[in-house]
Design a binder for this molecule. Structure first.
Ligand SMILES: [Zn+2]
Length: 98
């Protein structure tokens, strides 16, 4: 299932103004602010992957890894990370996984 925002949709004037005042970066206008890529392999990250980085590393991380790279970094492979994501999702108690 994909929750990718449509980059073809024109942002409203309000959104454009808000984005411009938020980061002052002309390049990023119209792009979803939470569109992240793995710092190692440049793969586009899912919301789950982003959330598990916050959960396993730190709530204040600024660099993110995909499941594969995170698994390598932590030395556990990607399966335990997928399991962890499933656990947080099913437990429903973590606000990062909804
Ligand atoms: Zn990666």
């Amino acid at each position: 299932m994909s929750t990718e925002p449509s980059f073809f949709a024109r942002p409203s004037a309000i959104d454009t103004a808000r984005a411009a005042s938020a980061n002052g970066d002309r390049k990023s206008s119209g792009k979803a602010p939470d569109s992240l890529h793995c710092i190692l392999c440049q793969k586009k990250l899912t919301a789950d992957e982003k959330a598990i980085n916050l959960k396993l590393i730190s709530r204040t991380v600024t660099t993110f890894y995909c499941m594969d790279c995170l698994g390598k970094k932590l030395g556990c492979g990607r399966e335990p990370i997928e399991e962890r994501i499933r656990y947080y999702r099913e437990s429903g108690e973590c606000t990062l996984f909804r």
